[in-house]
Design a protein around this ligand. Structure first.
Ligand SMILES: [Zn+2]
Length: 80
């Protein structure tokens, strides 16, 4: 029965390790997404601190949803 206990402990450690690695990557991605500045989808101007969704560089209007999507898309293309 000692072998079963050893197998169980090995599996438990493996699962814990995978969970910690997954959680670490998830939190990092979440923080990066939150800290990334919103960018204009058209010209890439950083729209941090603006009170309206209008790009001062190219003058286009955007919704917060469009800004959020473009920022996330930009992060993805940066990675790879
Ligand atoms: Zn712009």
């Amino acid at each position: 029965m000692g072998v079963l206990l050893l197998v169980f402990l090995t599996l438990a450690v493996a699962v814990l390790f995978i969970f910690l690695v997954w959680r670490n990557g998830y939190v990092k991605g979440w923080r990066a997404a939150r800290e990334a500045p919103p960018m204009c989808p058209a010209c890439g101007y950083q729209m941090t601190g603006l009170k309206q969704c209008r790009c001062p560089e190219c003058g286009r209007d955007y919704t917060l949803d469009e800004l959020w999507k473009s920022t996330r898309a930009g992060m993805r293309s940066d990675r790879g």
